[in-house]
Design a protein around this ligand. Structure first.
Ligand SMILES: Cc1cc2nc3c(=O)[nH]c(=O)nc-3n(C[C@H](O)[C@H](O)[C@H](O)COP(=O)(O)OP(=O)(O)OC[C@H]3O[C@@H](n4cnc5c(N)ncnc54)[C@H](O)[C@@H]3O)c2cc1C
Length: 387
C-alpha cells in the first residue's frame, strides 16, 4: 500500500477521483476508472486480505464485465454453482436449477485479488479511515485519521452497509435501528460444489455454498427479535438455526475453520439516496438488497460500472455539468436496481411470515415453473459490455 498523495495539494485535482471504501464496489470502480486513464486514489480502512460477512455466491451476470476489465476470476479457483435448494424451517425442501448460475469465491480472496489488480492498473490504495468529507466551491476535501487531507473533484462513496461517513452525512437510514444481524464462518466437510442452499429458520435464513479450497461458507441473517433470548451465537445456532433438519445435518457434519464466527449487527435494507452531498454512492452505500436474493455483490460491481462510465463521460465533457452527472447516475441506478430492491423487500416480508412462506412453498412445490420466474425478478440480466 502506498501513501504518496498525503497532503498533496499541488497536484491537479480537476481529474482526480477519490473512492472511499475498497470492497467490491470501490475496487471495481478503481479498476475501471484507471483502465480508462483516470487518476484514482482509493482509501480503505482495513488491510487485505480480510474475511467479510457474506454468502460468497456471485451471480454470473457480471462475468462479461469482469472479462472486459481483464479480471480472470478462474485464477481464484472458484466453485461453479448451478443448482439451488431451499427449505422451510420445518424441513420441506425444493430443488431447482439456477437460471443463470454463479460462482463461489471467498471475499478474503476476491477483495485481495481486486486490490492487486487496482494497484497494477495504477490506482493508489491508501490504508486509512476517512473521517469526514466536505463539499465546497465545487470541490471535495476528504479528511483521514492518519494521512491528512485530500482534495478532489469527484468522490465515489463505496463505504458499504453502514459507516462512520453515513453518520457524518446524517443519512436517514442510520437514524433508525435495524432489526437484523448476520453471522458467517468457513467450515470443512462435505457439501456439493455446484449447489447453493437457502434454509429458513425461525427469524431468519441461512445460505450454504462452497468457495475455493474445498471450503464451505455458512452465513445466516437473523432478526434481533429471535436472537435476543439467547446468550451467544453457539446457543442460538443450537436452539434455533439447527431446528431446521437440513441445517442440523450440515452443521453436525462440518467443522468450523475460524476461531469464532464473524458477526455484524445493524444490517439495514432501508432505502438510501444514490447521491448525497454530491458524493456518488455505489454498492451497498447506495442500497443493500436482501441477501436472500443472492446478488448484492453483482449489484455492487454493476453500479461501479455505471458510475465509472458516467464519470468517464464527465471528464470527456460529454456530460456538461456536475448536475447532469448526478441526474444521469440517479436515473441509471434506478433503471437497473430499483425493481430488484423492491422484490427483495417483498421476499423479506414473506420470509418473516412463516405461515405465508409455507403456503408459498406449497404453491412452488406444485408449480415448480414459478421458481425461475421469481429468481429472475431479483436478478439482473447479464451485464452488456462494449466489445
Ligand atoms: C448476511 C449477508 C449475506 C450476503 N450474501 C451475499 C451473497 O451470497 N451474494 C451476494 O452477491 N451478495 C451477498 N451479500 C451482499 C454483499 O455482501 C454486498 O452487497 C457487497 O459486499 C457490497 O460490496 P460493497 O463494496 O458495497 O461493500 P463492502 O464490501 O462492505 O465494502 C465497503 C468497504 O468500505 C470500507 N470502509 C467503510 N467505511 C470506511 C471509511 N470511513 N474509510 C475507509 N474505508 C471505509 C470497509 O472497510 C469496506 O471494506 C450478503 C450480505 C449480507 C449482509
Amino acid at each position: 500500500m502506498t501513501n504518496c498523495f498525503k497532503n498533496d495539494f499541488s497536484m491537479d485535482i480537476s481529474k482526480k477521483i477519490i473512492i472511499i471504501g475498497g470492497g467490491l464496489a470501490g475496487l471495481t470502480a478503481a479498476i475501471h476508472l484507471s483502465k480508462i486513464g483516470l487518476k484514482v486514489i482509493l482509501i480503505e480502512k482495513n488491510e487485505y486480505p480480510k474475511h467479510k460477512v457474506c454468502g460468497e455466491y456471485v451471480s454470473n451476470e457480471i462475468l462479461p464485465y469482469l472479462d472486459w476489465l481483464t479480471l480472470n476470476i478462474s485464477e481464484l479457483n472458484p466453485t461453479h454453482i448451478s443448482k439451488l435448494e431451499f427449505s422451510t424451517a420445518d424441513g420441506a425442501i425444493i430443488n431447482c436449477d439456477l437460471p443463470l448460475g454463479g460462482f463461489g469465491v471467498s471475499r478474503y480472496a476476491l477483495d485481495a485479488f481486486l486490490s492487486m489488480k487496482a494497484i497494477e492498473n495504477g490506482c493508489e490504495i491508501i490504508q486509512d479511515s476517512v473521517d469526514d468529507v466536505v463539499f465546497e466551491k465545487d470541490s471535495f476535501t476528504i479528511s483521514t485519521l492518519n494521512s491528512g487531507t485530500f482534495v478532489s473533484s469527484i468522490v465515489i462513496g463505496a463505504f458499504g452497509k453502514r459507516s462512520n461517513i453515513d453518520q457524518k452525512l446524517k443519512r436517514s437510514f442510520v437514524q433508525k435501528k435495524s432489526h437484523w444481524l448476520a453471522v458467517k464462518a468457513h467450515y470443512s466437510g462435505e457439501f456439493p460444489n455446484d449447489l447453493v442452499g437457502l434454509h429458513n429458520f425461525e427469524g431468519g435464513y441461512c445460505g450454504v455454498s462452497k468457495v475455493e479450497n474445498d471450503t464451505i461458507n455458512i452465513c445466516y441473517l437473523a432478526s434481533y427479535e429471535s436472537f435476543k433470548r439467547f446468550k451467544n451465537i453457539e446457543d442460538y445456532q443450537k436452539h434455533i438455526v439447527m431446528k431446521n433438519p437440513h441445517l442440523n445435518l450440515i452443521f453436525e457434519k462440518s467443522k468450523i475453520l475460524f476461531e469464532t464466527p464473524l458477526s455484524i449487527s445493524q444490517v439495514s435494507f432501508d432505502k438510501k439516496e444514490t447521491v448525497e452531498n454530491h458524493i456518488l454512492m455505489i454498492g451497498d452505500t447506495a442500497g443493500l438488497i436482501h441477501p436472500l436474493c443472492g446478488n448484492g455483490m453483482a449489484m455492487a460491481i454493476h453500479s461501479a460500472k455505471i458510475v465509472s462510465e458516467l464519470v468517464g463521460e464527465f471528464y470527456q465533457t460529454k456530460i456538461k455539468s456536475r448536475e447532469e452527472l448526478e441526474k444521469r447516475y440517479i436515473r441509471e441506478w434506478k433503471d437497473n436496481f430499483e425493481n430488484r430492491l423492491k422484490m427483495g423487500r417483498i421476499l423479506t416480508f414473506i420470509l418473516q411470515k412463516q405461515k405465508f412462506y409455507k403456503f408459498l412453498m406449497k404453491i412452488m412445490i406444485k408449480f415448480p415453473f414459478l421458481i425461475p420466474i421469481i429468481i429472475k425478478q431479483t436478478h439482473g440480466k447479464t451485464i452488456a459490455v462494449e466489445s
